[in-house]
Design a protein around this ligand. Sequence first.
Ligand code: G3P
Ligand code: MG
Length: 243
Amino acid sequence: QDITPSLQLPPVIAHRGASANAPENTLSAFRLAAARGAKWVELDVMLSACQTPIVFHDDTLERCSNGVGNVADYAYMQLRRLDAGSWFAPEFVGEHIPSLAETLALLKQLNMGLNLEIKPRQGLEQATTQAIINILKKTDLNHLPLLVSSFSPFCLELMRLQLPHVPRGLLVDMLPNSWQTQLKSLDCVSLHCDYHYLKAHQAKAIKTAGYMLLTYTVNQREKAQELFSWGVDAVFSDKPDLV
Ligand code: G3P
Ligand code: MG
């Protein structure tokens, strides 16, 4: 099977940026990831009420900002005024929730690659993916290595139909029995799974089938080394320098 071998993944991808040392999914976290030697970052993208794709993990604002309630209820103008840094540490006060567009520009400047996880609020799968596609269509992707992933096969199918040349990865927690059928029908290049559930024989089967295998979230060097010995191509880590 010949699946885009052109995509060169580094062994470690900074999960939500260097998120052990800076507030996750912020420009500071991406800059710190670069400063600590990471070549790629992973980040989560969801939709504001005004249909702007933003970089944020949770459906609700409380954990990672000083806002209250659902992300999807606020226009980006409102979300941008929130403090997305001081929940993490006082020195990050004033950090804002980034838009996808400004993040793409920063990553290009930093010369980094990107695993963009489409993280729609339930029911907003189509709108979220379409808004992301609209941004990606306006972006020069020549100098931005890009792999798009999602837990939602629906989002990946929409990506496949509209941006077939952007490589796709299927996200799962535990490996489903149907993994091979799903990867094939979505024309994915990679499978991304939670390492806690992964067995060596499953890793071998995925690699033998010709797919890249990525696992999250690995913050221990010994665990990363064991996974690499199983054939895992890349691990997502909150501490990219440690691993
Ligand atoms: O993309 C890997 C990982 O980020 C998936 O889970 O919840 O951290 O977005 P989560
Ligand atoms: Mg993620």
